[in-house]
Design a protein around this ligand. Structure first.
Ligand code: HEC
Ligand code: HEC
Length: 291
């Protein structure tokens, strides 16, 4: 009968209480399940082992890498990261060496190396070129689209590589330099208008005057070609297509005739490594317009 005296059973729920009571509220006795207790004890024991094996306790004079206890194997995340980085550098080094040993035209013959060059070129493009040519190499006014097959200076691997190395009007001793003269001072206003109309007519069906054609043959054909198809040796863009560096309206064309912009692209030789310029050439060449 002593049991019955000790235990206080809650009348509502039929559950034993702990005997604690506050303002008539009784605390029911719901002990944690046995399995839960075991899991708890195991995690406590596990943590002790963990503290011993891994660097853990912060101490003032700790012998571990950044203070604290070093753990039995001296393992640290810093060492792990360092090891992984070494591995990456070593792997990259092998490819970089292969890149510099392989002629530009032969890189595509080695699928693995080609994939490495493309991936590297893409990353370097984002870093160095996207600001001017756009993230998708789509270009903008004054900055050529690199995805199309309309090339000012040439779209073969070797030509792209040379453009990147020496730049355009960049001040590099071998830079691609041709300058379109400013005709604003040489020609009369109506001559420039006739020329603009003639140039516009090359790519659309608008009418052009004979005067316009004659002026073109006299002043422009040297660089842009008799039919306006462009001249790569002068970096003179094709005027007979619908792709424009500076815009294809008559007003925009007239503006270019009066005062050419002389777009500048920096030379990359010396700024980027030879392997990087190779990677970039391959990337640009792969964008769709490669020749
Ligand atoms: C400061 C702006 C600028 C940056 C940065 C720049 N470019 Fe250019 N790029 C130009 C301009 C402007 C032209 C056109 C110049 C001209 O002929 O009128 C050009 C032309 C080119 C051409 C020649 C296109 C053709 O039709 O022949 C290639 C190829 C090219 N850029 C690739 C690159 C690559 C790759 C990078 C990054 C390494 C890069 N550019 C970075 C401004 C830039
Ligand atoms: C010495 C060679 C040369 C001569 C001569 C020349 N051009 Fe150009 N032209 C260029 C070059 C180079 C460019 C690219 C210019 C730049 O970046 O400023 C260009 C660009 C242009 C453009 C811009 C094309 C675009 O895609 O936006 C037009 C339009 C143009 N020229 C028209 C003419 C006309 C019209 C004449 C004759 C009055 C003429 N050019 C004479 C070299 C020449």
């Amino acid at each position: 009968m002593t049991d019955k005296h000790d235990k206080d059973i809650d009348a509502h729920s039929g559950v034993e209480t702990t005997g604690h009571e506050w303002d008539g509220l009784k605390e029911l006795n719901h002990p944690a399940p046995r399995w839960w207790l075991w899991v708890f004890f195991i995690t406590v024991i596990w943590s002790v082992g963990y503290f011993i094996v891994y660097p853990s306790w912060p101490t003032l004079s700790g012998s571990g890498e950044r203070g604290g206890t070093p753990g039995t194997f001296g393992w640290t995340q810093y060492k792990k990261l360092e090891g992984e980085q070494q591995e990456i550098i070593a792997r990259r080094g092998v490819y970089a060496q292969r890149l510099s040993d392989t002629a530009l035209e032969d890189i595509a013959k080695d699928p693995e190396l080609y994939a490495f060059a493309l991936a590297g070129g893409k990353a370097m493009y984002k870093e160095n070129c996207a600001a001017c040519h756009g993230t998708g190499a789509e270009g903008a006014a004054g900055y050529p689209n690199l995805n199309d097959d309309d090339w000012i200076w040439g779209g073969t691997l070797a030509e792209i590589h040379h453009t990147l190395n020496v730049g355009i009007r960049s001040g590099h001793p071998e830079a691609r330099n041709a300058m379109m003269p400013a005709f604003g001072d040489m020609l009369k206003k109506e001559e420039i208008e006739q020329l603009a109309a003639y140039v516009a007519s090359l790519s659309d069906t608008s009418a052009a005057s004979e005067e316009g054609a004659a002026l073109y043959a006299q002043h422009c054909a040297v660089c842009h070609g008799a039919e306006g198809k462009g001249g790569r040796e002068y970096g003179a863009p094709n005027l007979a297509d619908a792709l424009w560096l500076y815009g294809g309206s008559k007003a925009e064309i007239a503006q270019q005739i009066r005062a050419p912009r002389h777009g500048v692209m920096p030379a990359w030789e010396g700024r980027l490594s030879e392997e990087t310029i190779k990677q970039l050439s391959i990337y640009v060449h792969s964008l769709g317009g490669g020749e």
